[in-house]
Design a protein around this ligand. Structure first.
Ligand SMILES: C[S@@+](CC[C@H](N)C(=O)[O-])C[C@H]1O[C@@H](n2cnc3c(N)ncnc32)[C@H](O)[C@@H]1O
Length: 273
C-alpha cells in the first residue's frame, strides 16, 4: 500500500530540508526586524486569527501575538519549533506551534483572517500546491502576506549558485526555484484571480558581519541548503573551494560598513471571494 510519504514525489526532498534547516536558530537575530515590517504590512492587530507558515523559531508568529493576534504557526523542523516554543514562553505568549508541511496544512478551510510567511513558503518545491493550501485555510477577504528574496538580489543569486552545484535526491523531480517568489511578474501570475488588492513593498535586512568570509562561515553553519551542499561537496575539495569563492563574490556586492545589506520583497493581497 502507498503511504502518504511515498505518495509525495518530494518526500525525500522535504526530509532533507527538515534536517538541513535544524541549525537556523542563530539567524533569528537578523530575521526579527523584517518580521515587524511584515506584520505591519499584513495589518495584523487585536484578535485576528493568524497563521505563520514556515515559522522557523517563531519571529513573525511572536511579533503578531504581541500585537494581540491569536496565532498558529507551522514548520518542517522540530528543532526550530522547540526554539520557537521557548521564544514564546519567554514572551509570555500562548501560540500553537505545529510540525508540518506548507503543502499539506493540517487545518480546515477558512480558519484564518491572515496567513503570513517570511522567507518560508518559498522553499516549498511546488509553488502551486503551497499557494493553494495557504489560500484554502484563509477566509474569503482574509489577507495573505509574505516576504521573499528577489532573484536579482544577493540572496536570490546565492540560491541560483546553490542550484547549480546541488544534486537533488536520486530519482526526485526538480523543486521550483525559491527566488521566483520574489519576482513581481511571477507573483502576479501565480496569485492571479485568486486575490485582489495585490501590493508590493521592499525592505532591507541587515546582517552584521566583520567580513564576507565571516558571513560565509556563519551561513555554512546555519542556512540549511548551503550547509547541505557543503556536506555534499565534502569529497570534492576543488568544487567546494570554487563554490566558496563564488559565494563570497556574491556577498561582496552587499557588504558595506560591517553589514550585509540584503534587499527583500514583501507582498500583500486579499483572498478573492
Ligand atoms: C529561512 S527560514 C525562515 C524562518 C522564519 N520564517 C524566519 O523568518 O526566521 C525557512 C524556514 O522554512 C521552513 N520550511 C522549508 N520547507 C518547508 C515546508 N515544505 N513546510 C514548512 N516549512 C518549511 C524551514 O524549516 C525553515 O524554518
Amino acid at each position: 500500500m502507498m503511504t502518504e510519504q511515498s505518495a509525495d514525489p518530494f518526500g525525500a526532498f522535504k526530509a532533507m530540508q527538515r534536517a538541513a534547516w535544524a541549525s537556523f536558530a542563530p539567524i533569528e537575530t537578523f530575521t526579527t526586524a523584517p518580521a515587524a515590517r511584515l506584520v505591519r504590512l499584513a495589518g495584523i492587530g487585536d484578535a485576528a486569527r493568524v497563521l505563520d507558515v514556515a515559522c522557523g523559531t517563531g519571529v513573525v508568529a511572536i511579533t503578531a501575538a504581541l500585537r494581540g493576534a491569536r496565532v498558529s504557526a507551522l514548520d518542517l523542523s522540530p528543532a526550530l519549533l522547540e526554539r520557537a516554543r521557548r521564544n514564546a514562553e519567554v514572551a509570555g505568549l500562548d501560540i500553537e506551534f505545529v510540525e508540518g508541511d506548507v503543502e499539506a496544512l493540517p487545518w480546515a478551510d477558512a480558519q484564518f483572517d491572515v496567513v503570513v510567511s517570511q522567507f518560508g513558503h518559498m522553499f516549498a518545491p511546488r509553488p502551486d500546491v503551497a499557494l493553494r493550501e495557504m489560500l484554502r485555510v484563509l477566509r474569503p477577504s482574509g489577507r495573505l502576506a509574505f516576504a521573499t528574496w528577489p532573484p536579482e538580489g544577493v540572496v536570490g543569486r546565492t540560491f541560483d549558485l546553490l542550484a547549480r552545484y546541488m544534486s537533488p535526491p536520486a530519482g526526485a523531480p526538480k523543486p521550483a526555484a525559491p527566488a521566483a517568489w520574489g519576482d513581481v511578474g511571477i507573483v502576479r501570475e501565480r496569485l492571479g484571480a485568486a486575490v485582489r488588492g495585490l501590493r508590493f513593498a521592499r525592505g532591507t535586512m541587515l546582517m552584521q558581519t566583520l567580513s564576507v568570509t565571516h558571513a560565509r562561515l556563519m551561513h555554512e553553519a546555519t542556512i540549511g541548503p548551503l550547509a547541505k551542499l557543503v556536506e555534499q561537496l565534502g569529497n570534492d575539495p576543488p568544487a567546494l573551494a570554487r563554490l566558496r569563492d563564488e559565494y563570497e563574490a556574491i556577498l561582496a556586492d552587499a557588504f558595506e560598513e560591517n553589514c550585509l545589506h540584503l534587499e527583500f520583497v514583501m507582498v500583500r493581497a486579499e483572498k478573492a471571494g
